[in-house]
Design a protein around this ligand. Sequence first.
Ligand SMILES: Nc1ncnc2c1ncn2[C@@H]1O[C@H](COP(=O)(O)OP(=O)(O)O)[C@@H](O)[C@H]1O
Ligand SMILES: [Mg+2]
Length: 299
Amino acid sequence: MVRNVASLLPELDDEDFYLLSGVEQGMRFSEWVNREKLPEFASLTPEEVDYRLERCLKRGLIEKKTIQYEGYTLQFEGYDALALRALVERDAVAEFGSPLGVGKESDVYEVKSYKPLALKYHREGYTNFREVNKERDYTSDREHVSWLYTARKAAEREYEILETLYPDVSVPRPIEQNRHAIVMERMAGVELSRAALEDGQVVGVLDLLLSELARAYDIGYVHADMSEYNVFVDESGVTVFDWPQAVPTDHPNADEFLRRDVDNLVGYFERKYPGVIPDWTTDAIATDVRSGSFESIAG
Ligand SMILES: Nc1ncnc2c1ncn2[C@@H]1O[C@H](COP(=O)(O)OP(=O)(O)O)[C@@H](O)[C@H]1O
Ligand SMILES: [Mg+2]
C-alpha cells in the first residue's frame, strides 16, 4: 500500500523536488543512483543535496542503500509527489479528496479543480518491484528501472486511449497526465457489480454496454478487461473505464479478447439476473459488435 502524499506537498520546498527529480533522472541509468552523481542530476550543491536527501528520506519519498557505493532510489511515494506536484502546477488538481478505489494496479483518489475529478496513480510493476527488490543484485542494469517505466507507460497508454475514445465512447473524460498519473472526470453512479437493476432495466443496460464496445471497436480498440468492476452505471447511462490493457483491433488476439469481454459481460448479467437475458451466443454478439451492426441482445 502506497501512502497518500497529498498532505506532504505543502511542506516540501522546490529544492526537495529538484532532489526527487534528480533521483528520477539518475534512475534512467541505474536503480540505485550514486550519491556523488546527485548534485549534477538535481542541479544542487553537494551540501544542499545532503540536506534534501535527509528530508526526503525522513518522509519516505526515497530509499537509501549502500552497495559498492551509497545509492538512492525513488519510492512510489516520491514518484507520486513528483506527478502530483506537476498536476497541481498545471491546474489540473487544486484539492485532494478521499480514496475512490484502491486496486492491485492502481490507487484512485477524488480530486477537484473546477469540477469533481479523479486522479489515478498507476501501480503496474509495483508488486513485482517489491518482490524483486528483496533479492536482486543492485548494480546498474543500464535499462530503465522497470516499475517506474511500466507504471508510466501504462498511464500514457490509458490516457492516449481515453483521448481517442472520448466522447464517442462513454469513457471518463481525460483531463491531464503526468508520469504514472492521469486525471479524468469523476464518474457519477456506482460500479455495475454493486448496482441493483430492476428486471425491466437489465436488457437495456446490457445493450448500452455492448453498444459502447461496438463503438470502441469501430474506433479501433478492444477493452480486453471487461467486467462488472470496470463499468459505472447511473440514471444517465453507463461509463466504461480502466483502459490501459486495451488492444487495437488489428492485434492478433483482438478477436479472442473481444469474445472474452462479451462472455464476461453477458455471463455476469445472466448469473446476476437469471431468466432475464434472452438466448445468446458469443459468436453472434461478437460478430455484430465487430461489424457495427449491434443493436440489442433481444435480436
Ligand atoms: N473516473 C473515475 N471516477 C470515479 N471513480 C473511479 C474513476 N476511475 C476509477 N475509479 C474507481 O477506482 C477503481 C479502480 O480504478 P480502475 O481504473 O478500475 O483501476 P484498476 O486497474 O486498479 O482496476 C474503480 O473500480 C472505481 O471504483
Ligand atoms: Mg478496474
